[in-house]
Design a protein around this ligand. Sequence first.
Ligand SMILES: [Fe+2]
Length: 143
Amino acid sequence: MEKFGKIKWTDKYRIGNVEINQERKELLATYNDFIDCVIENPNYKDFDDFLVEMIDLSKTHFEKEEDYLRKYSDESVEIHRVLHQSFLYEMDLYKIESSSGDSVEPFKVLNFIKTWWKNHTHSENFFSERIPVDVKKIESVFQ
Ligand SMILES: [Fe+2]
């Protein structure tokens, strides 16, 4: 398993909405920037700022994504929403751990985020297939 593998943006992360795709790029950039930070400072333990930023960006992104997906699959989006909540719940636990003065292991958090993203992308292909082709074509022009 790659301990510090960055997540490279690829077309499979596109969901057919320019704004949502842009937010995803920002989330991945935040994650990748933090990897650089940890590589430069192997003893880095102050996760607070990174965790707060990731949680804030993710909350905004998830809400927007759920609203968008609801237009195409009302019932299934609820299952998807649970996956988002599981991410936020885990990140909140890391934040509580970090802000209470406990040392949080950087690899553990980074691996969690990366694994979650990779698995989550598979579940989003389900929705992507339900978005009309003409919508995807129009939106892909603006990527
Ligand atoms: Fe999602």
